[in-house]
Ligand binder design. Structure first.
Ligand code: HEM
Length: 487
């Protein structure tokens, strides 16, 4: 705490000094040749980076090969970089492996900041908005009711719900993206999930990131990278098939995002700022939505149930609130302002387990500064959202699950949360995700009580497994139906 406070004071003073006299960034000692590479191989990187912040302050640097990374660990410094100075830090690292998984940098999530990327993001953002306005609420309600049926059919048996949550979240996105929903047993769905999960897991592995930091390694055989290439090819085949199916339909549905995007290309042949968007952009945007929108929401639902098993009385409070306020009917998203206890639960799980704990790395596209430190162009910026959400200067008892901190007088403020990042790279699916988290949780806690199987302790490992997405370790639970309440 002392270290954080000291560095805060220094940073405050240095803000008023010119860049040339700004201090050099603190950071752990470097080893010959590999620099701080070992710091990045830790099994739970968000926790490790947060622990380093206790020693080196809310902003410190790590060096890997010829890359300098700056890790940001508080809401204040993250907002300074991502929101206040968004135009300095909106880039993505120039990455050999990133290019491999993103069709040569043509995805929104991994593409670098330039006119083409801006046009692409705007194009997809407005298609997403249009489709969401028309149907998002209905699509989520339908999946929430389907999930309810699946849980009812388990008839009080102890199960691992993670796959059901993934199917529900995935069906929201596939319905929005290409008007299709799948059954859990569908081989098409399993293939899609299997390869997207593999890509995310492999891409997050240190075997792959080493190829970016140490280009020489690319000359040697790397079985993990070969597997990644195979999965990327499989992913592209599946998406291509969906786009071709759409194109071969006689009556084309513009209400689905891919349809709207393909029609958009046809209509305008978008030439704004001399940028030509092509079918590859639509292809990669579909990948972005599927990857960005499935495991994140599913992981969040899984965390919520895991934490509720530790504090069953929170479930009871949410259930009572739902019954009192809604008088038996199912909730609408517009009810959220009247359901503070439910909203406090959502905020607390987002705080404790931001499912994209290190966001996606940014890159300084010009010389700039953060907290008074000079940040040269091409520095990689890692927003440690997990660290910001556990900052003891902001949160009392930061490691405890206490939704009540967000209720009146609890001391917590949702303004100090930053689970979706911010600025130019703000999560593209933030509004989709927020509606999903609200409706899925409300439907589940209205109709079920989540209880531990007899003789089992609540999931003991709440640290989770950290890759690009932070997931809870698998556990089983009983979804016990609540007595029926009639509207
Ligand atoms: C990016 C969080 C759900 C699509 C991100 C980023 C974060 C994030 C932290 C990185 C921001 C940055 O680079 O600074 C979350 C959380 C979710 C969620 C916590 C749910 C609980 C979704 C959903 C979708 C989605 C449902 C799609 C419908 C994307 C895309 C990007 C992104 C496309 C890349 C944006 C860009 O680089 O411009 N998300 N996300 N996410 N997310 Fe989400």
């Amino acid at each position: 705490h002392k270290r954080r406070a000291q560095s805060g004071l220094l940073n405050y003073l240095y803000q008023y000094l010119p860049c040339s006299s700004s201090p050099s960034l603190p950071g752990p000692p470097r080893l010959f040749l590999i620099g701080n590479m070992m710091e990045l191989t830790h099994d739970h990187l968000p926790i490790h980076l947060t622990n380093l912040a206790q020693r080196y302050g809310n902003i410190y640097q790590l060096k890997c090969g010829n890359t300098t990374m700056v890790v940001l660990n508080s809401n204040e410094v993250i907002r300074e970089a991502l929101v206040k100075k968004w135009s300095d830090f909106a880039g993505r690292p120039i990455s050999y492996t990133g290019d491999t998984v993103s069709g040569g940098g043509l995805s929104i999530s991994l593409g670098d900041y330039n006119e083409e990327w801006r046009a692409h993001r705007r194009f997809v953002h407005s298609a997403l908005q249009r489709c969401c306005q028309k149907s998002l609420h209905d699509v989520i309600e339908r999946q929430a009711l389907h999930l309810r049926k699946v849980l009812m059919d388990y008839k009080d048996s102890a199960v691992d719900l993670s796959e059901d949550f993934t199917v529900a979240a995935s069906n929201v996105i596939t319905t929005l993206a290409f008007g299709k929903e799948y059954d859990k047993s569908s081989s098409e769905l399993q293939q899609l999930h299997c390869c997207l999960n593999e890509i995310v897991a492999l891409w997050g592995s240190s075997w792959i990131s080493a190829l970016d930091s140490f280009p020489l390694l690319r000359k040697f055989p790397n079985p993990v990278f070969s597997r990644l290439l195979k999965e990327v090819a499989r992913r592209d085949e599946i998406i291509k098939q969906h786009l071709n199916n759409y194109k071969s339909q006689d009556k084309k549905n513009e209400d689905v995002i891919t349809g709207s995007l393909l029609q958009g290309l046809d209509k305008h042949h978008n030439t704004e700022h001399g940028v030509l968007l092509t079918e590859t952009h639509v292809h990669m945007a579909t990948v972005d939505l599927l990857i960005g929108g499935t495991e994140t929401t599913a992981a969040w639902l899984n965390w919520t149930v895991a934490f509720l098993l530790h504090r069953p009385e929170v479930q009871t409070r949410v259930h009572e609130e739902l019954c009192t306020v809604l008088e038996g009917r199912y909730p609408k998203y517009s009810d959220r302002h009247r359901l503070p206890v439910l909203c406090s639960l959502i905020s607390e799980v987002l705080r404790l387990r931001p499912v994209a704990p290190l966001a996606v790395p940014h890159r300084a596209i010009r010389d700039s500064s953060i907290a008074g430190y000079f940040i040269p162009r091409n520095t990689v910026i890692i927003p440690n959202l997990f660290g910001a959400h556990h900052d003891p200067a902001v949160w009392t008892d930061p490691y405890s699950f206490r939704p009540e901190r967000f209720l009146d007088g609890g001391g917590g403020s949702t303004r100090a949360l930053i689970p979706f990042g911010g600025g130019a790279r703000l999560c593209l699916g933030e509004s989709v995700a927020k509606m999903e988290l609200f409706l899925f949780t409300a439907y589940l806690l209205r109709d079920f009580q989540f209880i531990l199987p007899e003789g089992e302790a609540a999931p003991p490992d709440l640290r989770g497994v950290a890759s690009v997405v932070l997931k809870v370790k698998s556990y089983t639970v009983i979804a016990h139906p609540r007595p029926v309440t009639n509207p």
